[in-house]
Write a protein that binds this ligand. Structure first.
Ligand code: GDP
Length: 297
């Protein structure tokens, strides 16, 4: 289960605090030490942990909280609020263009869930907005990638623009956008190539696609199971591309929590959606407050 270890440890730290008739500065210090270790063990970025602990400590220290009513409860509330803040406070909606099509570029490492998530997003747009999305297949390095996109697209009845694997991806995107305009599709979702690791050639190609397509939304798909590596990946993509949002996948797995808690703070970019399963309907809007409640258990 996601966040299992983190939830357990945070709850244990809090219940120890709750059992105290009075909460002293020393008790608070000990609780903060336990929270700090729990976060580090969940693979949360070190700087994020440091800032988080500092914020909670600053708000909890002093007479108002410690000598007020239910100090333990107040501290739990502060932890909840600060976790929410660390993850971005509010849900951030998809950017939309005032004239069609809204162009969405999907990016991410191979295996992160890019193609699956492109399908989930298209289905969400169809179901919630009656939209008519179109995919552009711009991953020309793995023939299987186009087949996979075709299969996903067929299952949700969305057209795919593709020119096989022998045409330059930037040219495919150019022609695909023309087709979408001619057919009045309201969304275009570009599935780009992934690699096992960030490399310069891939980044240059993505930058060229960005320059040509001027997407309204460049979504980075990252695998929550990869913890702090996900944060590093996000940082790497974000330094080259104007990433507008992150989609965290595989939150149905037993992720420790590091990616969910670090990405927003490290990159400054909002997590817009979370993938919580392999089915096309398993994509949800990311709500930082709900995620915080889930983590605190
Ligand atoms: P890509 O290489 O980035 O395009 O990744 P794929 O879309 O091929 O996904 C890689 C694997 O992750 C596939 O087996 C997907 O079914 C799986 N996957 C994607 N998103 C999720 C998710 O949210 N939860 C789970 N459990 N699996 C996912």
């Amino acid at each position: 289960m996601a966040f299992e270890g983190l939830t357990e440890r945070l709850q244990s730290a809090m219940s120890k605090l709750r059992r105290k008739p009075k909460v002293t500065e020393a008790d608070l210090k000990e609780t903060m030490r336990e929270i700090r270790l729990a976060l580090l063990e969940a693979d949360v970025n070190f700087t994020v942990v440091k800032d988080f602990v500092k914020q909670v400590r600053e708000r909890a220290t002093g007479t108002d909280v410690l000598q007020g009513l239910n100090p333990a409860q107040q501290i739990v509330k502060i932890v909840d609020e600060e976790l929410t803040k660390t993850m971005g406070s509010e849900a951030v909606p998809l950017n939309k263009s005032d004239k069609i099509p809204t162009i969405i570029m999907m990016t991410g490492l191979q295996g992160a869930g890019k193609t699956t998530t492109a399908g989930k997003l298209a289905l969400k747009l169809k179901n919630e907005e009656n939209a008519r999305p179109m995919f552009i297949a711009a991953d020309v390095y793995r023939p299987a990638a186009i087949d996979q996109l075709e299969t996903v697209a067929k299952s949700i009845d969305v057209p795919v623009f593709q020119l096989g694997t022998d045409v330059d991806p930037v040219e495919i995107v150019r022609q695909g956008l023309e087709e979408a305009k001619a057919k009045h599709n309201d969304y275009v979702i570009i599935d780009t190539a992934g690699r096992l690791q960030i490399d310069e050639k891939l980044m240059n190609e993505l930058v060229n696609i960005e320059t040509l397509a001027q997407p309204d939304e460049i979504l980075l798909v990252v695998d929550a199971m990869t913890g702090q590596n996900a944060t590093e990946t996000a940082d790497g993509f974000n330094s080259k591309l104007n990433i507008t949002g992150v989609i965290l996948t595989k939150l149905d797995g037993d992720t420790r929590g590091g990616a969910a808690l670090s990405i927003r703070a490290v990159t400054g970019k909002p997590i817009k959606f979370v993938g919580q399963g392999e089915k096309m309907t398993d994509l949800d809007v990311f709500h930082p407050d709900r995620m915080s409640s889930r983590i605190l258990g």
